[in-house]
Design a protein around this ligand. Structure first.
Ligand code: HEM
Length: 476
C-alpha cells in the first residue's frame, strides 16, 4: 500500500474512533465510590464513574488515552476507577502511589492475576505472569542470561545485522521509519534471541506466529471468532510453542550465544534450572516484552530528532567522537544520547500501563481497595502530567541534566521500566540495542520530518504511531 493511502486510511479510522469517543463522553457519568471503606479504617473510597451502561468509558480511553487519564486525574485525584466493558479498573497515577504498589510490602498485588485477563492466553507463565516466591526463583535463573558478559555477546551479534540492514535502506519518498525499525528489531530477535538466521524460512514463520500472538493480546473482540485476531493469536502461540519445544533438545546440547540457548543452560548457584515448558513460556514472553517496547522507544526518538535537526547534529557530533562499532562503555558514556533515550521513554512509555490484582482487601495511598480489584498502573499518564513534570508534552532531553529532575527520578517519577520485584529485566539490553542502532543511523543518515507533522497515535503495549511514522532520509 502507498504511504499516502496508508496515512489517509489511518486518519479516517482515527477520526471515526474519536467521534465515537466524543459521543460516549457526553453521557452523564456520575461520580461514585468503588466501594465503601470499612468503618473506622480511616481510608477514603476510590472515586470514579462507570460511563455508558455496558460499554463504560472504553471508547474514550482507547481513542485518547493520555487526555482521558489526565482528565480523570484532575477530576478524581491520583487513584480513581473507570468502567469499561463490564470491568471496573482502578488506575494509579502519582509516583508515590505507584511506588506503594511496586514495593508491595504486604504481598497483595498479584502481577499474574492482573496481567492474565490482558495477555494471559498468549503469554501465560512468562516471567511477568508469575508471582512472589516462584517469580523470584525464575527471575534468578533468568538473570544469568542478562549478565554483562552476555550483553556484550548480544551486542556483538547485533552489530553486523544493523550495519547490513541500514545499508539496504534507500532514501527517496518518505520512509515509514516505525515499520523499518520494527522489521529490523524482528530480524534481531530471530538472530539474537532465537539463534535463527534473520532471512531464513524459520525466522519468517516465527515472525508471523509472533505477530499473530501479539495481535491476539491486543484484540478488541476477545473471543475465538474463526479468523478473528483472538483465534489467530492462539494459533500463533501454538506455532511458537511447537517450534521452541521441538528445538530444545538440540539447544541444550548446543553452545550458541543466543538468548534461547543461554536460557537452556541458565542455572543458579544452588543448581536451579528451567524445565522445557519454562523455557518455551519464557522465550515467547521475552520476544513480546522486548520487541514492541524497543520499537516504540527508538522510532519515537527518531521522530523527535527528525523534528530538531540541531539536536540531531549534536548527537551526531557526540557519536562521531566514538568508534563506528562502539563498545558498551562507549555507548553508556554518550551522555546526550542517554538523555534523549530517557526523554523518549518518558514521553512514550512503551509499556504504558501495567496491571495488578489485589489478592486481599488493602489500600493504595489511603484509598480502600477491596480484594479482587483490577489495578492499572498508569505510568504513561504519570510521566506526562504537569504535577510531576514541567512542560510534560515537550521533548526536552536537557531536563535530564537538571539536578531537580534527577532528584525526582529517585522517587520513581521517571519509571518507564517499572520498579520493585517485576522491574524490567531487559532494561540494559533495551538501552544498548536502541543506542547501538541510533548510533549507526546518526553516522549513516540525516533525517527530517515536516514542522507541521505530528504522528497519529494508537495504543499497543503503549502509545504507538499508527501511521508508520514517515520521515525523509538522506544518506551522509
Ligand atoms: C524500551 C524497552 C523496554 C521497556 C520500556 C520495558 C518496560 C518494562 C516494564 C515497565 C516492565 C514491568 C512490568 C510490570 O511491572 O508489570 C517490564 C518487565 C519485563 N521486561 Fe521489559 N521493557 C523493555 C524492554 C525489554 C527487553 C529488551 C527485554 C528482554 C530482552 C524485556 C524483558 C522484560 C521481562 C522479562 C519483564 C518481566 C520482569 C519480571 O516480571 O520480573 N524488556 N519491562
Amino acid at each position: 500500500m502507498k504511504t499516502a493511502d496508508l496515512l489517509s486510511r489511518t486518519a479516517i479510522a482515527h477520526a471515526i474512533q474519536r467521534t465515537g469517543a466524543r459521543v460516549t463522553a457526553l453521557y452523564p457519568a456520575a461520580a461514585q465510590p468503588l466501594a465503601t471503606p470499612p468503618a473506622g479504617s480511616g481510608l477514603k473510597p476510590v472515586m470514579g464513574s462507570y460511563g455508558v451502561p455496558g460499554l463504560g468509558h472504553a471508547l474514550e480511553s482507547i481513542a485518547e488515552p493520555l487526555e482521558f487519564g489526565r482528565n480523570r486525574y484532575r477530576r478524581f485525584g491520583p487513584v480513581f476507577w473507570t468502567g469499561a466493558i463490564g470491568f471496573r479498573v482502578v488506575s494509579v497515577v502519582s509516583p508515590e502511589a505507584l511506588h506503594e504498589v511496586w514495593l508491595d510490602r504486604d504481598k497483595v498485588f498479584s502481577s499474574e492475576a492482573g496481567w492474565k485477563p490482558v495477555i494471559g492466553p498468549f503469554f501465560h507463565r512468562g516471567l511477568m505472569l508469575l508471582d512472589f516466591g516462584e517469580h523470584l526463583l525464575h527471575r534468578r535463573i533468568m538473570q544469568q542470561a542478562f549478565t554483562r558478559a552476555r550483553l556484550i555477546g548480544y551486542l556483538d551479534m547485533t552489530r553486523p545485522l544493523v550495519a547490513d540492514t541500514l545499508a539496504t535502506w534507500t532514501p527517496g519518498d518518505p520512509v515509514l521509519i516505525y515499520d523499518r525499525v520494527k522489521a529490523l528489531l524482528l530480524a534481531m530477535a530471530s538472530q539474537v534471541f532465537v539463534g535463527e538466521p534473520a532471512d531464513g524460512t524459520t525466522a519468517r514463520l516465527l515472525t508471523r506466529a509472533f505477530d499473530d500472538a501479539v495481535g491476539g493480546a491486543q484484540a478488541i473482540v476477545r473471543q475465538p471468532v474463526p479468523a478473528g485476531r483472538w483465534s489467530r493469536g492462539l494459533r500463533g502461540r501454538r506455532e511458537l510453542q511447537r517450534y521452541f519445544i521441538g528445538a530444545i533438545t538440540d539447544r541444550r546440547a548446543g553452545t550458541g550465544d543466543d538468548l534461547f540457548t543461554v536460557l537452556c543452560h541458565s542455572e543458579t548457584e544452588e543448581g536451579h534450572t528451567f524445565s522445557d515448558d519454562d523455557i518455551t513460556n519464557h522465550m515467547i514472553f521475552l520476544l513480546m516484552a522486548a520487541h514492541d517496547t524497543s520499537t516504540i522507544a527508538l522510532s519515537m526518538l527518531l521522530y523527535h530528532l527528525g523534528k530538531d535537526p540541531a539536536l540531531q547534529q549534536d548527537l551526531r557530533d557526540e557519536a562521531g567522537r566514538r568508534s563506528a562499532e562502539p563498545t558498551i562503555e562507549e555507548l553508556n558514556s554518550a551522555h546526550l544520547l542517554d538523555c534523549a533515550f530517557k526523554e523518549s521513554l518518558r514521553m512514550y512509555a512503551p509499556a504504558g500501563t501495567l496491571f495488578r490484582q489485589a489478592t486481599e482487601d488493602t489500600s493504595i495511598a489511603g484509598h480502600y481497595i477491596p480484594r479482587g480489584t483490577e489495578i492499572a498502573l498508569s505510568i504513561h499518564t504519570s510521566m506526562r502530567t504537569d504535577t510531576w513534570w514541567d512542560r510534560p508534552d515537550v521533548f526536552d532531553p536537557g531536563r535530564f541534566d537538571d539536578p531537580a529532575t534527577l532528584k525526582k527520578l529517585e522517587r520513581y517519577a521517571w519509571s518507564p521500566f517499572g520498579a520493585g520485584a517485576h522491574k524490567c529485566i531487559g532494561m540494559h539490553f533495551a538501552g544498548l540495542t536502541v543506542k547501538a542502532i541510533l548510533h549507526r543511523m546518526l553516522l549513516d543518515f540525516r533525517w527530517t520530518v515536516p514542522e507541521s507533522y505530528t504522528p497519529l497515535m494508537t495504543w499497543g503495549t503503549g502509545p504507538t504511531p499508527a501511521d508508520g511514522l514517515p520521515v525523509q532520509l538522506t544518506r551522509i
